[in-house]
Design a protein around this ligand. Structure first.
Ligand code: NAP
Length: 527
């Protein structure tokens, strides 16, 4: 299948614009197949109008029908075969095993939402039957469940071209919730986006979903992206990427005539607290952490960018061992030349700050597309005094913060901004003496993990991928796992609603056999 570069406006392909862009291999600089047409203002308007119209029908589809639709999307993505893998590899510079794994994760999360819909209880149905005899006032019949918000705008991330992209978690959860989706393709992997969009549109047609259930548009974030978010048709935004872009979208969405939620995941430095007992085998710990810092060339929002520890001889040994482990790790090709340039600039700025000691930089000279792993350390008071040191350096970089005593450690923890994850390393017996610090760290993050590395985000019901600001714009929600669907729904209460108009989920007979709260008790029974 050759890449046509057109926009998917509902079920139609469109290329009315004059502005186009091409993609180039980051190493060879050879042009990749396809020329991408940036959507015009009018094309964006047509996609929005189609999505608005589609919502009326799509929101009324049964959970079973939407589950079938999601499963068809998953099959159609698999049917793209090796062409998808090869295109994604050439656009992202990520190796085959990583892309095949990411495809598996993408398919897995789409099917996870399909299973959630088949089970059905996630919609939080509750029924309080009428009490006509109640005194002094009778009670009406009240029934509540979660209903879809409306059209959702999704921005693809560059670092997960499949799993946080066109058919990634945002799209899958929004479609599962009953919301049409308009994706703004990421300009660094537009061909991958096109292939995935073609699979989704095939599924739309095969499952007879309304035209406009899904659209995918090329073009700049500042033009196409902002036009979508500013349109009153759009009712929520899903985003993963930089703080600067996430905050711009958040600001625009809040200043609309009708403000809407923006679920932006904007990265994190993921502090790791190394308790003294964790430093018994410094070499082993250094190798484990060097592996996590350099995994995927550090291009994960869960990269361990900050290590907190108390000063002592074992910490000195660890600093040396981590420096050595980083020196022998190889630079690797980053996602794009702009991400590589941003890494170099941000890393150089970070290590030139007052009080920074360079512990190790890869011994191997990097090419201009590669990120060179680097670790540094700084004293706690210098860290607290300099907010620059809390900024994410997206790539293989980490900073050790050395605390003279517990009181300095407490100050460092209290100075931390919101994070996606926090890690605590040490023996359980010792952790009980650090409960205060551990609970203080819990306040700062969405996921706290013990004796592990923060890289690796399981897709499941118990996952929380989000955290207090600035890690995310709304810490009450997750962008990974079944809970992600809750971002795109709102509760609706039906008072004295005739049975024929009630959704199946709220009918007396409970035809879907879901778990409901009936008169304050959890039950699957009919009433
Ligand atoms: P990005 O610059 O935030 O871009 C993400 C998306 O937002 C793109 O579609 C982009 O459109 C759009 N966008 C950018 N600026 C915008 C604006 N002012 N208004 C509206 N839309 C806008 O992220 P990136 O390109 O993936 O990487 C850049 C940096 O982001 C990295 O170096 C890294 O620091 C950070 N990052 C963080 C994460 C994370 O996990 N939180 C993931 C990836 C990257 P265009 O197509 O026009 O660029």
């Amino acid at each position: 299948m050759s890449i046509h570069g057109k926009n998917f406006i509902g079920n139609d392909l469109s290329s009315n614009g004059d502005k186009t862009s091409k993609l180039y291999d980051i190493n060879s600089n050879e042009a990749l197949d396809g020329e991408f047409f940036h959507a015009t203002q009018n094309e964006v308007e047509v996609a929005l109008a189609k999505a608005d119209k589609a919502f009326i029908e799509y929101k009324q589809t049964s959970q079973a029908k939407r589950a079938e639709f999601l499963e068809t999307i998953a099959s159609e993505i698999m049917n793209l075969g090796d062409e998808l893998i090869i295109r994604t590899m050439s656009e992202s510079n990520l190796p085959r095993p990583r892309i095949e794994g990411e495809r598996g994760r993408t398919i897995g999360q789409i099917k996870m939402f399909a299973n959630l819909l088949k089970e059905g209880s996630w919609i939080e149905a509750s029924i309080d039957e009428a009490l006509p005899e109640r005194t002094p006032l009778p009670r009406n019949d009240l029934r509540k469940m979660l209903r879809p918000l409306g059209v959702v705008s999704v921005f693809e991330a560059s670092n997960f071209p499949l799993a946080f992209a066109c058919a990634g978690g945002d799209t899958a959860s929004a479609l599962a919730a009953g919301c049409p989706v308009i994706v703004k393709a990421h300009s660094s992997h537009s061909g991958t986006s096109e292939l995935i969009a073609s699979a989704i549109i095939k599924a739309v047609k095969l499952c007879n979903m309304p035209d406009g259930t899904f659209s995918m548009l090329h073009g700049g974030g500042r033009t196409v992206g902002q036009q979508i978010v500013l349109d009153e048709v759009v009712k929520a935004v899903g985003f993963t990427g930089s703080t600067q872009a996430g905050m711009k979208l958040f600001e625009l969405a809040n200043n609309r005539k009708t403000p809407i939620p923006v679920f932006a995941e904007m990265g994190s430095i993921n502090p790791c607290l190394f308790l003294p007992s964790s430093l018994s085998d410094t070499k082993k710990l250094a190798i484990t952490y060097a592996g996590s810092i350099t995994l995927g060339v550090g291009q994960f929002c869960t990269n361990p960018g900050l290590i907190l520890a108390l000063k002592d001889n074992k910490l000195e040994e660890f600093k040396k061992d981590l420096g050595e482990a980083i020196k022998v790790s190889s630079p690797s090709t980053m996602l794009s030349s702009s991400i590589q340039e941003a890494f170099e600039t941000n890393k150089n700025e970070a290590i030139s700050q007052d009080g920074i000691e360079l512990l190790g930089e890869s011994n191997i000279e990097n090419t201009k597309s590669e990120g060179r792993p680097t670790v540094a350390s700084v004293d706690a008071l210098k860290f607290i005094a300099n907010p620059k040191l809390q900024e994410e350096v997206f790539g293989p970089y980490s900073l050790i913060v050395e605390c003279n005593d517990i009181s300095e450690l407490n100050e460092v923890i209290s100075s931390l901004e919101g994070q996606l994850t926090v890690t605590v390393m040490g023996e359980e017996s010792e952790m009980s003496s650090y409960k205060e610090q551990i609970f203080a760290l819990e306040n700062k993050c969405g996921r706290i993990l013990f004796n592990g590395v923060p890289t690796g985000v399981e897709v499941c019901a118990s996952m929380q991928h989000g955290g207090p600001f600035p890690a995310a714009t709304d810490s009450r929600f997750t962008s990974v796992g079944t809970g992600a669907i809750k971002r795109f729904v709102r509760p609706v209460c039906y008072q004295d609603c005739p049975s024929s108009l009630l959704p199946d989920e709220l009918k007396d007979e409970n035809p879907l056999n879901i778990l409901r709260i009936v008169n304050d008790k959890y039950s699957k029974s009919s009433i």
